[in-house]
Design a protein around this ligand. Structure first.
Ligand SMILES: Cc1cc2nc3c(=O)[nH]c(=O)nc-3n(C[C@H](O)[C@H](O)[C@H](O)COP(=O)(O)O)c2cc1C
Length: 277
């Protein structure tokens, strides 16, 4: 009798316990709250979400103007600060936007069908198994993208690169002499890092969009590094509080919006030669 009651109590308490997953490394934590620091990768509790069955990302078809992408491994760290500021600026300006943190999505690497045969890579992407196809549709439907990345080894994050490689299906439309779907759209870029590689990273990111016919908004990027003499904790305090950084991000967002309002997509239709795509 005693054993049965205790087993029953245990069952109830197990049912009550929640499970949390780290969006950076996948660690599962059981408890009422996520851990303050991930025991596996040291990320903060901001990276944890309650564990639920994950649905594939779908685009509901409702129009919006700006696609805002956080390309960091961490949704809530320094790159996240930039993206939060951009999101606030978009809200303040009343612009319709959607924000995605790539670390919450399932984006597989590009299958590189193009490398096998030009015509094997076209839109829609042949890999319909993950969250990339919904983002492709949103890229086609939106007027502008604002992309944020940390500097990793003087370049963008691997997560962002995997996602940008997946845009080859849109870029390859031009090579296949099909109707391009991205000419005249607007790009803005936000980059942060510890010490160096800012401009290179911005330009590496922009090259993808340039080769899809996007224009970079005038003064459409900013890169902010704190300094090699500081540690990660000091970097984070700096990014959360720096006034110049706020102004820079707000400036980029505003410049993207103003350029978007020119509606170059319509004005340039059938007037642009897709060279060097
Ligand atoms: C693998 C790796 C490589 C990095 N390489 C650079 C670099 O080349 N230049 C730089 O300024 N910072 C570099 N950093 C520092 C990151 O840019 C910095 O920690 C940034 O805050 C990370 O963004 P997050 O806070 O959104 O994760 C690197 C960090 C990692 C983990």
């Amino acid at each position: 009798m005693f054993t049965t009651a205790s087993a029953e109590t245990k069952k109830i308490s197990l049912q009550k316990s929640k499970a949390w997953k780290c969006s950076v490394c996948g660690y599962i934590h059981k408890g009422d709250e996520p851990p303050e620091e991930c025991p596996q990768c040291s990320s903060s509790s901001k990276e944890y979400s309650e564990l639920k069955d994950k649905q594939k990302l779908r685009y509901d078809g409702e129009n919006f103007d700006v696609l805002l992408i956080n390309g960091s491994s961490h949704r809530g760290h320094n790159t996240g600060v930039l993206v939060d500021l951009a999101e606030k600026a978009l809200k303040r300006k009343g612009v319709g936007y959607r924000r995605f943190n790539l670390n919450e999505l399932d984006i597989q690497h590009c299958w590189c069908c193009y490398s096998m045969r030009d015509s094997a890579c076209t839109y829609p992407c042949r890999n319909q198994l993950d969250d990339a196809p919904a983002l492709h549709e949103m890229i086609v439907d939106s007027k502008a993208v604002i992309v944020a990345s940390p500097i990793n080894w003087n370049n963008m994050s691997a997560r962002l690169k995997d996602f940008l490689d997946r845009l080859t299906c849109l870029q390859n439309l031009y090579l296949l002499k099909k109707e391009g779907l991205t000419t005249g759209k607007v790009a803005g870029i936000l980059v942060n890092g510890h010490e160096d590689g800012g401009v290179k990273t911005v330009m590496d990111i922009f090259l993808y969009f340039q080769q899809m016919g996007y224009v970079l908004a005038p003064f459409g990027f900013t890169y902010i590094t704190h300094g090699a003499q500081y540690n990660a904790k000091a970097d984070n305090d700096f990014f959360k509080n720096d006034e110049r950084l706020k102004k820079e991000v707000e400036g980029v967002v505003s410049n993207v919006i103003e350029t978007m309002k020119l509606d170059l997509e319509t004005k340039l239709k059938d007037k642009i030669s897709p060279v060097c795509e």
